[in-house]
Design a protein around this ligand. Structure first.
Ligand code: TRP
Length: 337
């Protein structure tokens, strides 16, 4: 059914903390690749999603600009892609309200991210945290996006988006919203904590040593890699040998992703080496690949007005696409106006 729709990519990242290597390899690098392909690409800093859990206003402002700088420094061209922050395009929240009436309590109750984030304290979590996936569906469908690159942890939300589109189309007897395809990352780009290979690298982890921040300088990157947890074995020559070695696998995955090679290609070179030899290689590679990005980010962050201008222009372009789709949705639903 997606045939009738222009191939269009939408994805979003929450400006809820600094940008990490996990965001870069797991998301932004792929966003850059898709920009180069035959898609229209729309990338969003989802500030309205971020505030479903408490954000200090000054931090939110800083993190939104840092994320924008990170996108651009990594190769997102704001002339080619539409780059903006969610709150500035009110059509997202307007469509989200309609979707709040389409989505069922039972559907949202099954969302594992809500269960994880709310934890034991469900009664005290925000209504926004519960309704989060309906807003995410609106982010995607307000542009009739056909493809959504996301990490594995967001697959359930994209499936919910498909369910919402299908129920809307069915209830109103239309063929209006596309059934969007998730584009899930390969295992190789899932970056784990440097301290615990079973946990995702996260901007919210208490230990800064667990992650590489995109703003880290060369010394910090090298030190974090040197101290990264590993095991005493030498590296295997094939991917199979990393099966039960989460930390070793993570470092090899990072090496593969940064050097645009497969894990097997990397292991055919470094198989048999000890970590004492491999870690400096990884540190060199990481510094070579990441310092141009962090340098460019620092330059942009020194010009917050420029960043704000880019976001304002992106929001304008986004609204041009979103407004007619919202208008048509209102007509379908029977809103007089
Ligand atoms: N929920 C996503 C995350 O936390 C962020 C997000 C919000 C998103 N809206 C989106 C991702 C729309 C893709 C498409 O990672």
């Amino acid at each position: 059914m997606a045939d009738q729709f222009t191939p269009r990519v939408f994805s979003g990242i929450q400006p809820s903390g600094g940008l990490t290597l996990g965001n870069y390899l797991g998301a932004i690098k792929r966003f850059v690749d898709m920009q180069a392909a035959e898609f229209e690409t729309i990338y969003c800093m989802v500030d309205l999603h971020a505030i479903t859990v408490w954000q200090e206003p000054a931090d939110l402002r800083k993190n939104t600009r840092e994320l924008c700088a990170g996108f651009i420094a990594s190769g997102i061209d704001p002339k080619q892609s539409i780059l903006f922050n969610q709150s500035q395009v009110p059509e997202h929240t307007q469509l989200a309200w309609i979707f709040n009436t389409v989505a069922r309590m039972g559907w949202l109750n099954r969302m594992t991210q809500f269960k994880d984030k709310a934890g034991k304290n469900r009664e005290n979590s925000s209504v926004g945290l519960f309704a989060y996936p309906a807003l995410m569906a609106a982010d995607i469908l307000i542009y009739h996006a056909t493809h959504v690159p996301v990490g594995d942890d967001q697959k359930q939300h994209v499936e919910l988006t498909r369910d919402i589109a299908a129920k809307f189309n069915h209830d109103y007897g239309v063929d209006f919203f596309p059934i969007t395809e998730p584009v899930i990352e390969g295992a190789a780009t899932r970056v784990m904590s440097l301290r615990d290979g079973s946990k995702k690298m996260s901007k919210s982890d208490a230990s800064d040593m667990s992650r590489i921040n995109m703003t880290d300088d060369a010394d910090a990157i090298a030190q974090k890699i040197r101290k990264a947890r590993t095991d005493p074995e030498a590296l295997p020559s094939e991917a199979e040998g990393l099966k039960d070695r989460a930390e070793a696998r993570n470092l090899v995955n990072i090496y593969a992703a940064l050097s645009d090679q497969s894990v097997d290609q990397v292991l055919s070179d470094v198989g048999g080496k000890q970590f004492s030899e491999f870690k400096p290689m990884l540190a060199d590679l990481a510094v070579t690949k990441l310092s141009p990005i962090s340098g460019e980010m620092a330059r942009l962050m020194d010009q917050p007005d420029e960043i704000d201008k880019i976001l304002a222009r992106g929001s304008e372009r986004a609204r041009e696409l979103a407004a007619p789709i919202l208008k048509k949705t209102y007509e379908i639903v029977g809103m007089v106006g």
